[in-house]
Design a protein around this ligand. Structure first.
Ligand code: G6P
Length: 363
């Protein structure tokens, strides 16, 4: 096992550090020879969905939720994102040109598989986004796109989500282009950024780990954490909270920052820290004012932000700029590393957290 961990203390840490390679592998074979366009032969035969229904569980659900912003913004596809265990028992309605995208690292999650079967019975076309080759979801989907992330051992998913985000970005570009909605410049700029991310991330990861380690020591005494984000950072807030609770057993809640005033704000006090995603996007001023509300109640704040953003909070954690929503490729590992360092500091079994399974094949 020590050899398999490649010198890392845990598989989770190894997998977090594999993310630069994962981005490269995900892009392999998916760019046109001049690198200006996306090629996804898996989708070539299918029309662009009129509406897209994304169904998944856990971390894969968060990847789907993040993709909704891109599908709507770049490809103008009305998109809904559903938790599989809920979707399977609803009286769901699928229109003529609708398509279903099921996302599953393992390709074996019982609820997600049940949804796939249900929508196929209703006559819908299903796209599977899977990591495990030949898995049930991969086999039963009408077309499957593989994330090519390699085996993920740690129960808490890290690199698989990164790979899902790459493919989902490519899908949004692919459909946006088919609908003639993207300028060549925007597509090229996005692809150039994606191609540069591995190198950029490789350089950034060691320092990010150091910051995560310092913050972990400062904040690991907290019994509960609030993660806040808006827009495409909202799914990241959910994922940051999920990672922390999965492996450190510290209660954490991910919330849309603007929704805080409808409940969680009542909990804010000096012992209930907030981890905020305050990246340089259009919603930054809104997040900033949400954080002022936390500060007015003496809540401590860690803010994941970027150069040029004016924030005065207890702990400012700056990550590199990528391009628009692609900042996610730095924000995600920061959240993963924070959870990892807290759990490791507290001496938890990082790779095998209690009560959790890598693949949930029963309902
Ligand atoms: C389990 C795992 C999670 C994973 C979820 C969905 O709960 O512990 O890490 O995100 O299942 O798994 P899937 O294989 O369908 O992506």
């Amino acid at each position: 096992q020590a050899a398999q961990k490649g010198g890392y203390k845990h598989f989770m840490l190894k997998e977090i550090f594999e993310q630069p390679m994962v981005v490269t592998n995900c892009l392999t074979g998916r760019l046109s020879p001049d690198h200006k366009h996306v090629t996804l032969p898996e989708l070539e035969e299918m029309p662009v969905p009129e509406r897209l229904h994304i169904i998944a569980c856990g971390t894969s659900f968060h990847a789907g939720l993040w993709a909704m912003y891109l599908m709507e913004n770049w490809a103008k596809i009305p998109t809904s994102v559903e938790i599989a265990s809920e979707y399977r028992y609803r009286d769901t309605i699928l229109g003529e040109g609708d398509q279903v995208l099921v996302i599953s690292q393992s390709g074996e999650t019982a609820d997600t598989l049940a949804c796939l079967r249900k929508v196929k019975e209703q006559g819908a076309k299903v796209i599977g986004l899977c990591n495990v080759v030949g898995s049930s979801i991969a086999r039963e989907s009408d077309t499957v796109i593989y994330t090519q992330a390699g085996p993920e051992i740690s129960v808490a998913s890290t690199k698989a989500m990164c790979s899902q985000l790459v493919v989902l970005t490519l899908m949004a570009l692919f459909w946006g282009r088919r609908k003639n909605l993207l300028t060549e410049m925007a597509e090229t700029e996005c692809l150039d950024t994606l191609k540069r991310i591995p190198e950029h991330l490789e350089t950034a990861l060691p320092e990010m780990r150091e910051t995560a380690r310092t913050l972990a020591r400062q904040y690991s005494g907290a019994r509960s954490f609030l993660f806040l984000g808006r827009g495409s950072c909202y799914p990241l807030a959910l994922e940051g909270a999920l990672k922390l609770k999965e492996i450190s057993y510290i209660h954490a809640e991910g919330y849309a920052a603007g929704e805080m005033k409808h409940g969680p704000i009542a909990l804010i006090d000096p012992d209930f820290p907030t981890f905020a995603l305050a990246l340089a996007d259009d919603l930054f001023p809104k997040v900033q004012s949400n954080l002022q509300e936390v500060q007015a109640r003496n809540g401590k704040i860690i803010a994941l932000t970027q150069d040029g953003m004016d924030l005065t909070v207890d702990s400012v954690w700056k990550i590199p700029h990528a391009w628009g929503p692609l900042d996610v490729f730095f924000a995600l590992p920061a959240l993963q590393l924070f959870a990892y360092e807290v759990a490791d500091y507290l001496g938890k079994d990082v790779d095998q957290p209690r009560n959790l399974a890598k693949s949930v094949t029963v309902e």
